[in-house]
Design a protein around this ligand. Structure first.
Ligand code: HEC
Ligand code: HEC
Length: 329
């Protein structure tokens, strides 16, 4: 349904003069649903608290030096600012660390979708020899020696105690609680006209019109959570590594654009240094190859249009005006 709405709006704004049209209809395309997190049951709250301890726990790595938070740094929107992640023994990994905000209802996970859900995902970095380099046996033995964990797992998972499964459930429950703060754009979506300055509003019209971004970036997280090849020069087959569909070659999951301006560099490999470079990439349309999405093509944006698009992306990356005042005091 959201897809149909996005397509409809994109079509209605398609002519370049669309800028002047009423943008109000777009609010529905980006509105946040009331229930976005899944932490509701009290038992899940206790799991999430335990998961929070585990997220910062260095025993999760083979060297005892690395925690989830080493790469997913809470002070940096749960990512690490590096083009590609660095694993145990300083091993360079193939992909960039993504932010962990707003994943409660996202499935499948990972940039190529290889993790069915959060419970499956959270064990992957721990057991990957290049990432955290821990083994299941050593992990359970080491955590089992810490009385805090023995007691917490016994209390929260009475029948089962500490196992790989319960560990994964606790970590997944914690990740589900991570929600990104509100933005200026959210305030505009909720009806505060002044929250989005005129340039950003015109940038939004381009985002949904001539530039065609809304075809993949829609909903409150500005993502369709699907996989596309956007024509980047890369040797990484992405979803094509295990999905035989030809359009899966070089395809990655559309990232959320919430707070996007605060977490360069961009793309699965961190290959684009800033938002200007991203806009230039889309304007050129990337590499024309059979797998490239038909929605990505040369756009012919003028310098002014690029600046407007940038103003819109920046409105996704700062707090609403009212909350900015509070911070300044
Ligand atoms: C060495 C750095 C590093 C560490 C340590 C690390 N991660 Fe990650 N994380 C990554 C990278 C890189 C990816 C993207 C991998 C991919 O998509 O192929 C990722 C992906 C994820 C995702 C999927 C996000 C999405 O949008 O699909 C989740 C969830 C996640 N990590 C949680 C964790 C948890 C929980 C831990 C600790 C158990 C952890 N990570 C440890 C680097 C790290
Ligand atoms: C065909 C679907 C599609 C269209 C159309 C599209 N995007 Fe994307 N976008 C993606 C995918 C997929 C990625 C991730 C690619 C990767 O990681 O290699 C992405 C990544 C991005 C990123 C980087 C986010 C990050 O966290 O690294 C930004 C910014 C972005 N797009 C903005 C735009 C803008 C602006 C437009 C319009 C000019 C646009 N997108 C059009 C699918 C699309």
């Amino acid at each position: 349904m959201a897809l149909a709405a996005a397509a409809l709006v994109a079509a209605s704004l398609a002519p370049a003069r669309g800028e002047e049209r009423d943008l109000a209809a777009l609010r529905e395309v980006f509105r946040r649903p009331e229930q976005t997190a899944t932490v509701v049951a009290p038992e899940e709250e206790a799991r999430a608290r335990l998961g929070r301890h585990l997220f910062f726990e260095r025993l999760l790595s083979g060297t005892g030096r690395m925690a989830c938070s080493t790469c997913h740094d809470p002070a940096r929107l749960f990512q690490d600012d590096r083009p590609r992640a660095v694993g145990v023994f300083y091993r360079a990994l193939a992909r960039r660390t993504p932010s962990l905000f707003d994943l409660a209802n996202v499935r499948p996970l990972m940039r190529d979708g290889r993790a069915a859900d959060l419970e499956a995902q959270v064990l992957m970095p721990i057991l990957d020899p290049d990432e955290m380099g821990q083994t299941a046996k050593r992990l359970l033995a080491q955590l089992g020696q810490v009385s805090f964990y023995r007691e917490a797992f016994a209390q929260i998972f009475p029948e089962r105690g500490l196992t790989l499964d319960t560990l994964a459930q606790a970590l997944a429950s914690y990740v589900r609680t991570l929600e990104s703060p509100r933005t200026a754009f959210d305030a505009w979506v909720e009806g505060d006209e002044a929250a989005l300055e005129p340039e950003a509003q015109r940038g939004l019209a381009l985002f949904a019109g001539k530039a065609g971004c809304v075809a993949c970036h829609f909903g409150w997280r500005l993502s369709d959570d699907r996989f596309h090849d956007i024509g980047l020069p890369t040797n990484d087959l992405g979803r094509g590594r295990f999905d035989p569909d030809p359009s899966s070659r070089f395809a990655f999951r559309t990232p959320s654009l919430r707070w996007v301006g605060k977490r360069p560099p961009y793309m699965h490999d961190g290959s684009l240094a800033d938002l200007r470079a991203v806009i230039e990439h889309y304007d050129r349309g990337g590499i024309a190859r059979p797998s490239r999405s038909p929605l990505v093509r040369p756009l012919g944006l003028t310098p002014e249009e690029k600046a407007l698009l940038l103003a819109f992306l920046e409105s996704l990356s700062r707090p609403p005006p009212a909350e900015r005042e509070v911070v300044r005091k």
